[in-house]
Write a protein that binds this ligand. Structure first.
Ligand SMILES: Nc1nc2c(ncn2[C@@H]2O[C@H](COP(=O)(O)OP(=O)(O)OP(=O)(O)O)[C@@H](O)[C@H]2O)c(=O)[nH]1
Length: 278
């Protein structure tokens, strides 16, 4: 595979810390319910200059969320995003992300236009200082590990420490065990992922009968925090994780959560699962 993690048509990449968000553009990133059309009112991800406007495609939307993909290098963040955005799986040679990159996607959820602004961060240590500044505005963080790479699982705690330091306390966090298609190479047991989730006092929202083809092989899904943001983040995984994912979320502000179960809506039969009205 040859692919470049460089600016793309509907997104952009941010290799330098000089373009980190300002207080002004951070406030615009807040989850917004806007009148349509709203390209100029779309939440502007950092930075503002030198790249196409996030709304340049003329997307209409009612509500917008900023979602960030984080985790060790090579866990599959870019693949998840590309799969979600373009429906393609980037198999083959691994080219590491430089800096930070983003894609927009507007989904129709029960008649509501939901815009997701999804940021793909570089997993490599040397880019941490760049990505830290982007946590603050995120509504949801998807924290990935690779079930074939024990180190990426062991490093989850370190990622959580970073998240606790830099993200909003009420951010929705999902823990994703990626690459479950690689059954032969699996070194992180599903139970270990679930144990970690429990240790973090996660709440369980979605499990068992997830009938979305993209989620075949999904192990479990847990959320806590803003329900709507959690579900939108789950949708990223549902569409992006054709190879199955374990989803779980953590509300860092809530240490007294208990496990709660629910299921996806019955109408959830395709790649796009209508979200329940919350
Ligand atoms: N088998 C399998 N391979 C995957 C999957 N997702 C990603 N890969 C492979 O894993 C490698 C790394 O994927 P990337 O998406 O580039 O990883 P990343 O997390 O974005 O890495 P950084 O950009 O360095 O942070 C690539 O060779 C992908 O083809 C998956 O679900 N299953």
């Amino acid at each position: 595979m040859s692919r470049k993690k460089t600016p793309k048509n509907k997104g952009g990449s941010v290799p330098a810390a000089s373009t980190l968000p300002t207080a002004a553009n951070r406030s615009r990133l807040a989850c917004s319910r806007t009148a349509r059309p709203g390209p100029e009112a779309l939440p502007k991800g950092p930075p503002q200059s030198g790249r196409p406007s996030l709304g340049g495609t003329g997307d209409f939307y009612d509500v917008a969320f900023k979602v960030m993909l984080v985790g060790d290098s090579g866990v599959g963040k870019t693949c998840l995003l590309v799969r979600f955005k373009d429906g393609a799986f980037l198999a083959g040679t691994f080219i590491s992300t430089v800096g930070i990159d983003f894609r927009n996607k507007v989904l129709d959820v029960d008649g509501t236009k939901v815009k997701l602004q999804i940021w793909d961060t570089a997993g490599q240590e040397r880019f941490r200082s760049v990505t830290h500044a982007y946590y603050r505005d995120a509504h949801a963080l998807l924290l990935l590990y690779d079930i074939t790479n024990k180190d990426s699982f062991d490093n989850i705690q370190a990622w959580l420490t970073e998240i606790q330091e830099y993200a909003q306390q009420d951010v929705v966090l999902m823990l994703l065990g990626n690459k479950v298609d690689s059954t032969q190479e699996r070194v992180v047991k599903r139970e270990d992922g679930e144990k970690l989730a429990k240790a973090m006092k996660l709440r369980r929202l979605l499990m068992r009968s997830i009938v979305i083809p993209a989620l075949q092989g999904a192990e479990t899904a847990i959320y806590k925090g803003s329900q709507r943001a959690a579900l939108q983040a789950a949708r990223v995984c549902q569409e992006g994780g054709s190879r199955g994912l374990m989803l779980s979320t953590l509300n860092l502000a809530d240490t007294s959560s208990t496990l709660e179960e629910a299921t996806l809506p019955r109408s959830c039969t395709g790649n796009l699962c209508p979200l329940p009205r919350l």
